[in-house]
Write a protein that binds this ligand. Structure first.
Ligand code: HH2
Length: 283
């Protein structure tokens, strides 16, 4: 399966990509405040690439539960120097923009980013045409409500069926606005309006989402549902072992892209999971 992202085309038939998280924010739940200085963010981006990240996901807005939107001008103020710096330091690196705002996406694409990672799945009516014009990759993620209110109601009849239906509807809207099929990727939105059981079920039933025919991205890294299942009560770094297990399950069950904080370890996990996937008897 091909994922086309402007000048970069990933063949994901037999490959798992590791997407390194780089949050240029004061308040992200795990790395908030660490990379707000452009020089620190650029150095972290280079480090993630050296650890083996296939692409970097740059975010300037936390979307943790309860968070409020960050205005476009502020997002761009945070992102621009980091994008420019990374382009200069690592011209060949594939870069993704984690934003729900079409204006921010358009500016980032103009500086050469390859992917728009939209956790609102085209909530901004201008987003699809911005992505289509650039021929960029587009990650459509399922979220119920907004980050501010998404954990208020986490009950579903069939969480996988509801997520699949939502993703297909948003993909159709993207296609109608000119986004090429080969540019689309799907994400169940682990922790975005989900209970711990719901997030776990989405992981365990990933083949049903893979069957939709587009690469599936999974972002479970250091999220609180892991702590609810393991009993870890400390800071998000305590969730690293559980994150690696979640990455292994996701990759084994067919995820094509793993969005993670801990790149070096996940690269190894992905290799093993992919080898196990290959060794499986066809069902
Ligand atoms: N999770 C977060 C942010 N962006 N994008 C996709 N496609 N999938 C995800 O699961 C996802 C995402 C939240 O994690 P993080 O960026 O570490 O934290 P914060 O939102 O607090 O910045």
């Amino acid at each position: 399966m091909i994922w086309r992202c402007r000048d970069v085309t990933f063949d994901l038939t037999d490959r798992v990509l590791v997407m390194g998280i780089l949050n240029v924010t004061p308040d992200s739940f795990s790395d908030g405040g660490r990379y707000l200085e452009p020089s620190a963010a650029i150095a972290r981006g280079v480090e993630l690439l050296e650890e083996g990240a296939d692409l970097l996901d740059l975010g300037a807005e936390s979307t943790r539960p309860g968070s409020l939107p960050v205005p476009a001008a502020e997002q761009w103020r945070r992102l621009e120097p980091v994008l420019r710096g990374l382009r200069e330091a690592r011209p060949a690196a594939a870069l993704s923009l984690d934003t729900r705002v079409a204006d921010v996406a358009e500016r980032g694409l103009a500086l050469g980013a390859q992917v728009v990672n939209d956790v609102s799945a085209l909530g901004d009516p201008a987003m699809a045409s911005v992505v289509a014009r650039a021929g960029a990759g587009l990650v459509l993620m399922h979220m119920r409500g907004t980050p501010e209110n998404m954990q208020q109601d986490t009950t579903y009849g069939d969480v996988v069926a509801e997520v699949a239906m939502f993703l297909q509807t948003r993909a159709a809207a993207g296609r109608a606005a000119g986004v090429a099929e080969e540019c689309l990727a799907f994400d169940p939105g682990i922790g975005f309006g989900k209970s711990a059981a719901g997030s776990l079920e989405l992981l365990a039933r990933l083949p049903e989402l893979r069957a939709l025919g587009r690469p599936v991205l999974v972002g479970a890294s250091r999220k609180s549902f892991l702590a609810r299942l393991t009993g870890d009560e400390g800071p998000p770094t305590e969730r690293v072992p559980a994150s690696l297990a979640a990455a292994a399950i996701a990759a084994y069950e067919g995820a094509a892209i793993l969005r993670v904080h801990d790149v070096a370890a996940t690269v190894r996990v992905a290799k093993l999971a992919l080898a196990a996937r290959r060794a499986r008897r066809p069902t």
